[in-house]
Design a binder for this molecule. Structure first.
Ligand SMILES: [Zn+2]
Length: 255
């Protein structure tokens, strides 16, 4: 029959048992105890490290899911709406006076979709919208390697707006973006490229209307010819960045 001593010897917690042996081996129990506590702290530190790693993995998984969802949503936003360009009807303040179909200025190539609007200036001071429309039309009479240029719209010195090419067709105005943009030419009285107030107001009105019809964002989708290839066009808006920013603000406000 075991006495209390035997029982204690068998069932005391292991650290107490070892303390006893430590005494036998000549080490101070206190020293041994602190070594054991340090060991326990080591194993606690290990557990914390493991937990931290697990939480980091969980966090990374959630971040991955978040980025994945964001990517999908972004992709959806980039997808352009399906707009029937032929069905867009011009308001009465736009005079439609289409130029002849020809390889130099109206190639009769259908635009699949419109992703932007490009603003230009005619670089021919004092000319009217009609003058420029007729110039684009006259290019049809060329032969061989001729001049190839046109625009969908021309805004005149008195604010008149002539549409020379249908929205559903390609015009030759912005090399590199002719196949997915609508171009607006603008008339100006002198070399500085500065606009008459009537011209400016019509440019704002026309651009805002196009942005609405084509579901475009003026802050993102309306650009200067300069932004696509670096040409100094439209001169005034290239040389006056603040005026360009103001123009985009005015278009957004007019929408
Ligand atoms: Zn241009």
């Amino acid at each position: 029959m075991r006495d209390e001593g035997d029982y204690t010897e068998y069932y005391v917690p292991s650290d107490k048992k070892k303390d006893g042996r430590a005494g036998i081996s000549g080490r101070k129990p206190d020293e041994k105890k602190s070594r054991k506590a340090a060991g326990r702290r080591d194993s606690e530190t290990g557990e914390w490290a493991l937990m931290t790693v697990i939480w980091l993995i969980v966090l990374l998984i959630f971040m991955g899911i978040g980025i994945g969802i964001g990517w999908c949503l972004w992709g959806k936003e980039e997808e352009r709406p399906d707009i029937d360009l032929k069905a867009i009807e011009a308001p009465s303040w736009i005079q439609q006076d289409f130029i002849r179909k020809n390889i130099y200025s109206r190639p009769a190539v259908s635009l699949e979709q419109v992703n932007g609007i490009v603003i230009h200036y005619v670089a021919n001071p004092g000319t009217t919208a009609k003058n420029n429309r007729d110039y684009f039309d006259s290019l049809a009479d060329q032969t061989g390697d001729g001049t190839s240029v046109s625009a969908h719209f021309i805004v005149g010195l008195e604010g008149e707006i002539i549409q020379a090419v249908p929205i559903s067709e390609m015009a030759y105005a912005t090399k590199g973006r002719n196949d997915d943009t609508i171009s607006i030419e603008s008339c100006h009285p002198d070399e500085s490229g500065r606009y008459e107030q009537a011209t400016y107001d019509s440019m704002v009105k026309l651009t805002a209307w196009l942005c609405r019809e084509l579901e475009l964002n003026p802050k993102k989708d309306v650009i200067r010819h300069y932004d696509e290839g670096g040409k100094i066009c439209p001169k005034y808006f290239v040389e006056h960045e603040d005026a360009w920013k103001q123009f985009l603000e005015d278009v957004a406000d007019a929408m």
